[in-house]
Design a protein around this ligand. Sequence first.
Ligand code: ADP
Length: 334
Amino acid sequence: IVDPSDPGQEEDTAIEAALRPKRLADFPGQSKVRDQLGLVLEAARRRSAPPDHVLLSGPPGLGKTTLAMIVGAELGQPVRVTSGPAIQHAGDLAAILSSLAEGEVLFLDEIHRMSRAAEEMLYLAMEDFRVDVIVGKGPGATAIPLELAPFTVVGATTRAGLLPAPLRDRFGFTGHLDYYEVSDLETILRRSAGLLQVSADPAGIAEIAGRSRGTPRIANRLLRRVRDWAQVHGHGAVDEQAAHDALALFDVDEAGLDRLDRSVLDALCRRFGGGPVGLSTLAVAVGEETDTVETVAEPYLVRTGYLARTPRGRVATRLAWEHLGLRAPEGAQP
Ligand code: ADP
């Protein structure tokens, strides 16, 4: 789960794992999804049977992987982790599925990026706990059915819309994760500061939470940068001054927009006169993959009212023009 818009991801992975809440009760925010998932898991526990398969969708860094691990912990089952891009052949998937023990959880990240053949095998396996292994080639090839122990798939995707309907329908529970409230991010940051053993005052925490794009992964990363700043230039504590100066250094602006967000708005306004412009043209203009612009930058810009999607393309709102310090043209979207 690499967020392509962010450099320096690798150092993050180990720390991220350490900062993950382990149980549902320790997971702040997303109260709807948390309550729904809690019910599904509790009912399964009482029936002593695996729960329905779970699909989690939403932008990167909101806690899909964390929740998948929590599903395993709450069920008292190990979690096997793989991802769509890692399964290119149906055979890779057959090998994983046939090695799962009864009740185990299979976490499939980026499930929308599996090959078509693997997808078909997966939805049959999810429904009937069976895979057909093809032996031989050409006219002599035969399908040998292989029984599987019942298991639970937790799928994660940034693009639920890309999943073919037959696969989507096999998930009995779908949870959509949305950007976090600032107060939830504050809770997360206080907990993380404790785990990282840095002292942080409420003003410092508030400053970081308000500028984390509603995303725990970003909040935790900014916390570490503010801690760095505090240790080098400050008094070692995360306070408002440290937060303010460190966030400026790392190109997070007052509204919490990062470099990618701003370059999307900048291209939209300065190069395309505010749009409408197609997504792929916009992506080329900022030198990013279409997927990155669409799943990382755009949802947040739409959510916060800087960018609008129209049938003719992406359009900058009045807020976007003003944010860049430009005059909005007549008739700009409010
Ligand atoms: P995703 O799989 O959606 O990209 P992750 O589950 O990997 O996101 O979360 C990214 C980071 O954010 C993890 O380090 C995790 O500690 C943190 N995180 C995500 N959601 C929460 C939450 N609700 N509470 C605390 N930390 C969270």
